[in-house]
Design a protein around this ligand. Structure first.
Ligand code: PHE
Ligand code: NA
Length: 461
């Protein structure tokens, strides 16, 4: 009986508030900044296909599991899982599923805030008209110059974290929810406009071929792992976020339907971002393997030459910043909820302490991009070369922690929790329940295990 427990942190006002917050958590830099460049680095079409399969077969079921855990446990991720483990007379050790999510989202936010800072800086650059009439080369040089100055990057990430702390600490989600209410649809429309512009002015055919013709010879086992990890990242899974948001979810909302809706919107945004960016990549002779700077060196080219480019460009980066904010809030929330529950801190102190420490940790990313010698190195992990602290934190979280965390969540809800409990919480049709349960008991564990066994070389490549 989910109504038995109540969250001490408050509740969503209803289904729609939850959908907005959870979609806000899902849609972010992952869709618009990260997806296009990792797709490019991993060969395009085949990567996209594996990613889409992971979303449908693994992502949606795991999201349902997490929301279920949160709603039934009604606490921060670790404590929710612990409570449900008790309910199932299982070992309290299962709570690791919640804690690893909390740690993962903390680590992710350390670089996420830095990249959100780039987007904020680009609001000003675009509004000022820095890209008007500038060619691809000049725009690339501007981005390189932006990264080269660690002080600027530190200042912008401080601004991002400060606002996040302010919003979360004051509990003013309400205002933000309202803003997101119209910003999300606008972002969607604007991405659509960008995609149409790129399609008509760029190398659209080449872009489509790159994104949707799977060439499996270009996909390595690491590419598969990154596609799997990104499915988790983009849906905010195994990171505590969906558990903690589920904890504030009223009991009468359909977990299955809302999870599918969120995944659909998230995927659509990622595809639109790809369609907006790749025609420009090929048109201007850039390489798909451009890396983390990809959107910052392609989209400004369009903004610099399209009609009303300054207006559209400024709007675009403003929305990107908002999308990043709603994700940052979701990442910080579990840590804050835990500090309030267990350490007795006030909400504001908990948030401020978390934000301050994140800024410090973010210096690893700042100096990775400014190219400081202490932050860059050569390392090969499971056949993947890692050249900076940023890449190390990204790989550790997206490629390792999220898939393994998802595996534990799947096993916990599929094998450890009593069937009766999950049935009662999901309240869905027998067919839907059957599909979910099969996916969570078999697909997720088997898929994650196979990928990791390949990775460590136990299975033949
Ligand atoms: N899903 C967000 C994005 O795609 C990132 C995120 C990860 C948010 C983990 C919350 C928790 O940008
Ligand atoms: Na996303």
């Amino acid at each position: 009986m989910s109504g038995a427990r109540e969250s001490v942190h408050g509740m969503w006002s209803g289904r729609f508030a939850f959908i907005l917050a959870a979609t806000g958590a899902a849609v972010g830099l992952g869709n618009i900044w990260k997806f296009p460049y990792i797709m490019g680095e991993n060969g395009g079409g085949a990567f996209v296909l594996v990613y889409l399969l992971c979303i449908v077969l693994i992502g949606i079921p795991v999201m349902m599991s997490e929301v279920l855990i949160g709603r039934r446990g009604r606490q921060s991720p670790g404590l929710s899982v612990k409570t449900l483990a008790q309910e199932a007379s299982a070992s309290p050790r299962w709570q690791i599923a919640g804690w690893s999510g909390l740690v993962a989202s903390y680590l992710i936010l350390s670089f996420y805030a830095v990249v959100a800072g780039w987007a904020m800086a680009y609001v000003i650059k675009t509004a000022r008209g820095d890209f008007q009439g500038a060619g691809a080369e000049a725009i690339g040089a501007q981005f390189a110059a932006h990264l080269a100055n660690p002080w600027i990057l530190m200042a912008w990430s401080a601004v991002i974290l400060f606002v996040t702390v302010y919003v979360v600490g004051r509990g003013v989600h309400k205002g933000l929810e309202k803003a997101v209410n119209f910003l999300m649809p606008s972002l969607f429309v604007l991405l659509g406009i960008m995609a149409i512009y790129s399609a008509t002015n760029g190398a659209f055919g080449e872009a489509i071929a790159f994104m949707f013709t799977p060439d499996f010879s270009k996909l390595t086992i690491n590419g598969v792992l990154l596609a799997l990890g990104h499915a988790f990242f983009t849906l905010s899974l195994a990171s505590g976020a969906m558990i903690i948001y589920g904890a504030y979810l009223p009991s009468n909302v359909s977990i299955a339907k809302t999870s599918m809706l969120i995944a659909l919107v998230d995927t659509a945004v990622a595809m639109l971002a790809g369609l907006a960016i790749y025609p420009l990549v090929f048109q201007y002779g850039l390489t798909p393997a451009e890396g983390p700077g990809l959107i910052f060196v392609t989209l400004p080219i369009a903004f610099g030459s399209m009609p009303f480019g300054t207006f559209f460009g400024t709007l675009f980066f403003v929305m990107l910043v908002f999308a990043a904010f709603t994700s940052a809030i979701a990442m910080i929330e579990s840590t804050v909820a835990w500090l309030v529950e267990r350490k007795g801190l006030s909400r504001f102190t908990a948030t401020a302490a978390t934000g301050g420490s994140l800024w410090l940790l973010g210096l690893l990313t700042v100096f990775s991009f400014s190219g400081a010698s202490w932050a860059t190195f050569e390392l090969t992990v499971f056949g993947k070369s890692i050249t900076s602290f940023f890449e190390a934190v990204d790989y550790l979280t997206s490629a390792i922690m999220l898939p393994l965390g998802g595996l534990v969540i799947a096993v916990f809800t599929g094998w450890v929790m009593k069937k009766k409990s999950t049935e009662e919480e999901l309240q869905t049709s027998a067919l839907m329940y059957g599909i979910w349960r099969f996916a969570i008991r078999w697909f997720t564990p088997v898929a994650v295990a196979i990928v990791f066994l390949h990775l460590i070389g136990v299975l033949d490549r």
